[in-house]
Design a protein around this ligand. Structure first.
Ligand SMILES: *Cc1c(COP(=O)(O)O)cnc(C)c1O
Length: 365
């Protein structure tokens, strides 16, 4: 009989800090892990793509949002708030709508992709645009949630990372063990923290960010953990530079962050896993986005392509040993930001008269 995926809380309940609160879910998680043959051929290794754009609101943020909103609703909150580069607000707005709660989103003015803004609006969130960057928005949101009865659902809410760690569980469950290398884009650094927590917990270990240690006492599922490879955009690469960037700039708006909230956890993930955090140029990000769409059939938003761009650059530099099993997380759907994807492309097809002859001529057949 067909099995319907029940959302990450129901699927991984024994590994999440959930009590008897009603679960707020839109069926997030259970996303495809797709073998990418042509990418594997280029790299000389076995490359898999974890398609997080397939989540209910089109990004991995839903994994954390089901946990955060379940918790704050269970504690009686009536309104949530988040700072966002776009996807957190899209997710918060949808889960708040599902739970019947209010939602305030604090956004950097003019820096949100149109699709993401549309999501926050249609789900009924209250939008506040700030003349500043994401880091300013996060500071204001923290102050707002301290001063008023409004619940914070950014990834500094520890329940967000608990939900997001389930992506690592899914990878291990699909492959039978952890991969050799896990590659992902890094912005506020919550996701790399969450994956590292998930991989460690499945191997019977804990991390700095683990909220309880009970998971460490469960039977290990995996025999190893992967090297964590994170990639930031060159114009927003504080973890690579070793200091905050006051004016982050990149076409990949979802990782346009100058002072990551989960800084120390990301460094732990890098160092404990013998991994790396490096940077990729906007040009390479857009080239990787185009390549993934044209050669693998997966359309992602620019930030997501940072993982692919980073892997390609590492392979070119001879840093990828042959025969590795590599998982790349692509974090958000390409339809969220079609404007960037179509920049510089021919998008007006030739108009022909309605006949086979004209169609075949236009196709050069
Ligand atoms: C949020 C987001 C990121 C960055 O994740 P962090 O946890 O902030 O490092 C990357 N890509 C997309 C599409 C996102 O929405």
């Amino acid at each position: 009989m067909a099995h319907q995926w029940r959302g990450v809380i129901a699927e991984y309940r024994d590994r999440l800090p959930i009590e008897d609160e009603p679960i707020i879910t839109l069926g997030e998680g259970g996303t495809p892990l797709v073998p990418a043959q042509r990418l594997s051929d280029r790299i000389g290794s076995e490359v898999w793509v974890k398609m997080e754009g397939v989540n209910p609101t089109g990004s991995f943020k839903d994994r954390g949002m089901t946990m955060a909103v379940t918790k704050v609703a269970g504690q009686g909150a009536e309104m949530l708030a988040c700072a966002s580069t776009g996807n957190t607000s899209a997710s918060a707005a949808a889960y708040a709508a599902h739970a019947g709660l209010g939602c305030a989103v604090i956004l950097p003015a003019g820096k949100i992709a149109a699709g993401k803004l549309a999501q926050a609006i249609v789900h009924g969130a209250q939008l506040v645009a700030v003349d500043g960057n994401f880091d300013d928005c996060l500071r204001i949101t923290r102050e707002l949630t301290d001063a008023y009865p409004v619940a914070l659902v950014n990834s500094i809410n520890p329940f967000r990372l608990q939900g997001q760690k389930t992506a690592a569980f899914e990878v291990v469950d699909a492959l039978g063990d952890a991969p050799d290398i896990h590659v992902l884009p890094v912005g506020n650094a919550g996701n790399i923290t969450a994956y590292w927590m998930g991989y460690r917990e499945y191997a019977g270990m804990t991390t700095l960010a683990s909220v309880d240690e009970s998971a460490a006492h469960m039977e290990p599922v995996s025999t190893k953990v992967p090297k964590m490879w994170g990639f930031q955009a060159a114009g927003a690469a504080p973890l690579v530079l070793g200091e905050p960037v006051s004016d982050p700039e990149t076409v990949a708006t979802a990782i346009r962050i100058g002072n990551p909230a989960s800084w120390k956890y990301a460094i732990e993930a890098r160092d404990e896993s013998s991994g790396q955090i490096d940077k990729v140029s906007d040009e390479d990000i857009l080239a990787a986005q185009a390549l993934l769409a044209a050669e693998v059939g997966i359309f992602v938003e620019p930030a997501s392509a940072a993982s692919i761009a980073g892997l390609l650059a590492a392979a070119e530099a001879g840093k990828v040993a042959e025969g590795q099993k590599i998982v790349c997380t692509v974090t958000g759907h390409g339809l969220k930001d079609t404007e960037t994807a179509l920049t510089g492309r021919e998008i007006d097809p030739t108009v022909i008269e309605p006949s086979l002859a004209a169609a075949s001529e236009a196709l050069g057949l």
